[in-house]
Design a protein around this ligand. Structure first.
Ligand SMILES: [Zn+2]
Length: 138
């Protein structure tokens, strides 16, 4: 997908790309997501726009995989954030979670990814740590 103009709708469902995830993906402003949910939304957009660099730099160094993170033949269709939980003040791990459903098309079929992502701060920024899949078939 082509990068939307700043006034166009954000792929994550936000009103204007420039005020939503675009301000992070446009590196020139040097802005960082202030919350785990903002980071999660920007990462969804990075998958949509195949911004590998943003996916790499927002992945926690402890769990960051090597190699390409986006795939050919996948078209992302939409994002629904279900729940966003900040760390409890007394939680020493400081982890935030965001539960979402992302829909996509691959191999001529529609799919949905239901994930509960965990985020942790690193170097003062939220980073993606890992995710679990509540509905994944065994
Ligand atoms: Zn957005």
């Amino acid at each position: 997908m082509k990068r939307p103009a700043t006034t166009e709708p954000c792929p994550c469902g936000g009103n204007r790309f420039g005020d939503c995830c675009g301000r992070f993906l446009d590196r020139s402003q040097g802005l960082r997501p202030a919350s785990a949910e903002e980071l999660m939304r920007s990462r969804y957009c990075a998958y949509v726009l195949r911004d590998e660099d943003w996916l790499q730099r927002t992945w926690h160094s402890r769990t960051r995989p090597e190699g390409a993170l986006t795939e050919d033949g996948v078209t992302w269709l939409g994002l629904e954030v279900r729940r966003s939980v900040l760390p409890e003040p007394d939680d020493a791990t400081g982890m935030a979670t965001v539960e979402f459903v992302a829909r996509y098309r691959a191999g001529g079929r529609g799919h949905r990814l239901h994930e509960i992502s965990r985020f942790e701060r690193e170097d003062g920024e939220w980073r993606y740590l890992d995710g679990s899949f509540p509905e994944k078939k065994k």
